[in-house]
Write a protein that binds this ligand. Structure first.
Ligand SMILES: Cc1cc2nc3c(=O)[nH]c(=O)nc-3n(C[C@H](O)[C@H](O)[C@H](O)COP(=O)(O)OP(=O)(O)OC[C@H]3O[C@@H](n4cnc5c(N)ncnc54)[C@H](O)[C@@H]3O)c2cc1C
Length: 453
């Protein structure tokens, strides 16, 4: 089978590459996706019969149409301050333009009426500064898990007759052939003039293998390690009502490490996430008030970079997550009061806690899991946040661990996001260049336009 363009991965990067090709050219396009189509993506964890991850063949949370972002909170951040370094390749102006273009498509496909928040010139920024905290600049479109799903559904209905989708078809191998590329799957071998790899975080190991086989240079990336904090929504309402998501950075006094807030979910739920068999914690929230909870959750993360001789930052993060999986059978939850008193949380204390957990995690002791330097940074940050949102450092604040944000190694690509093989593009989170819905989607539009030109 021969196509003009083969796209590997149907996450935001792959979808928006396919969208642009389908709408702006007559190219014959195929998308290969390791996971299911959207309607068949169901995580078996129901909190009752199945409480823990059962390691499905393809993780419905991370894989399938919509990629890792399908059940996300759909916080679409239009900024070059975080979410990736796409601007280093294509320039800040172009990157912003493309993020805004995708935002427009999201609105057209079901997101109209959703709110766009902005951090510019807010009083909160000054209050943060006065308390040694830095609020990063961004415009945030909050789609919410429910509307995000509707947008994906509409995009799929639009694309399914224009593009050949091959679901549950992981690409095993990519080869460079005369005049293009050959991809091998369990259901056959396909060829194309151009190939776009957009395999996200779940495809990180696969991407590494492809780079090794094709001798494409890569660089190691950082890993972010920390916890997810859950507290009564009222305590953060003055921030979340105005900004929805605030990305706040704190420089610790003890080690001068940066600790940052990440993925804030007002009235949201804490959820588990499975990356290559390792269970970590994440969070989301719904736009629909009926599905909202009384709690707000967000992550506190510390970035770790490594230099020679150790290069495997993801391996380091995985080992810490494995340790928490070993002690707690999955995600561990601890009251802040228990953590600072040096004792484990137990079922009774969690049951009597003023904040009711939204995830059924195992009560335990996070100080047995996280390295001291990271733990100290998180505790310092909680006390710093307590100054701008009093109550953050209450005994009843819940900490879930561990949250690890893995970054793919950075694949060497040029200003066209093309590898050393002309016509082989590597985009989205799988390239190590982006780490967000907005940057990944923008990279997809960018390469589609490059291919059309
Ligand atoms: C729970 C959760 C919440 C999140 N919330 C937000 C948020 O609110 N805002 C935000 O900006 N970001 C959020 N993110 C991150 C965001 O989802 C990612 O940055 C984004 O999805 C990256 O898009 P991508 O297309 O590069 O990769 P992905 O979305 O990971 O998609 C890659 C796809 O490729 C497929 N694939 C992998 N290997 C192969 C192979 N060999 N063959 C075929 N297919 C393959 C995978 O199955 C997957 O579907 C969240 C992530 C999670 C997990």
């Amino acid at each position: 089978m021969r196509y003009d363009v083969i796209i590997i991965g149907a996450g935001p990067g792959g979808i928006f590459a396919a969208y642009e090709l389908a709408h702006k050219s007559d190219k014959k396009v195929a998308v290969f996706e390791a996971g299911n189509e959207l309607a068949n993506r169901k995580c078996p964890i129901d909190g009752e019969k199945i409480k823990h991850c059962v390691n499905c063949r393809s993780c419905s949370i991370m894989s399938g149409f919509g990629g890792a972002g399908a059940f996300s909170d759909g916080k679409y951040n239009i900024t070059n301050d975080f979410g990736g370094t796409l601007y280093e390749y294509i320039g800040r102006k172009k990157a912003t333009e493309l993020m805004e273009y995708v935002d427009g498509i999201n609105l057209k496909y079901g997101g109209e009426g959703t709110k766009l928040y902005s951090t510019t010139n807010t009083r909160i920024k000054t209050v943060c500064m006065q308390n040694k905290l830095k609020l990063l600049d961004a415009s945030v479109r909050h789609l919410g898990t429910d509307i995000n799903y509707v947008v994906l559904e509409n995009l799929y209905n639009d694309l399914k007759d224009k593009v050949d989708f091959h679901f549950m078809t992981p690409v095993k191998k990519v080869e460079v052939i005369d005049g293009g590329f050959r991809v091998t799957t369990d259901s056959g071998v396909y060829e194309a003039d151009k190939c776009v790899a957009s395999v996200g975080r779940s495809g990180s190991k696969w991407m590494e293998q492809v780079c090794e086989e094709l001798e494409i240079p890569t660089n190691s990336n950082r890993v972010d390690i920390g916890v997810r904090v859950e507290l009564p929504a009222e305590l953060f309402a003055h921030l979340t009502d105005e900004l929805y998501e605030s990305k706040i950075v704190y420089r610790t006094e003890k080690f001068e490490d940066s600790v940052r807030t990440f993925c804030m979910n007002p009235y949201g739920s804490v959820v588990t996430e499975n990356t290559n068999g390792i269970v970590t914690v994440n969070g989301h929230s719904y736009e629909d008030p009926k599905k909202q909870t009384k709690n707000t959750n967000f992550a506190l993360l510390v970035a770790k970079h490594f230099s020679e001789p150790f290069k495997d930052s993801n391996g380091y993060g995985e080992s810490i997550a494995r340790l928490s999986n070993m002690l707690g059978g999955g995600v561990i939850v601890q009251r802040f009061g228990d953590l600072v008193r040096g004792r484990r949380s137990n079922r009774k204390r969690i049951e009597e806690n003023f904040v009711t957990p939204t995830l059924a995690a195992e009560p335990g002791d996070l100080s047995l899991v996280l390295p001291k330097r990271i733990m100290d940074g998180i505790i310092e940050m909680i006390y710093a946040l307590d100054k701008i949102a009093p109550g953050t450092a209450n005994d009843d604040t819940l900490l879930y661990g561990v949250e690890v944000k893995f970054y793919n190694m950075e694949v060497q690509v040029n200003e066209h996001l093309e590898s050393k093989y002309p016509g082989l593009y590597v985009i989205g989170d799988g390239s190590g260049v982006t780490h967000s819905l907005s940057h990944a989607s923008a990279s997809g539009v960018f390469v589609a336009r490059d291919i059309i030109e």
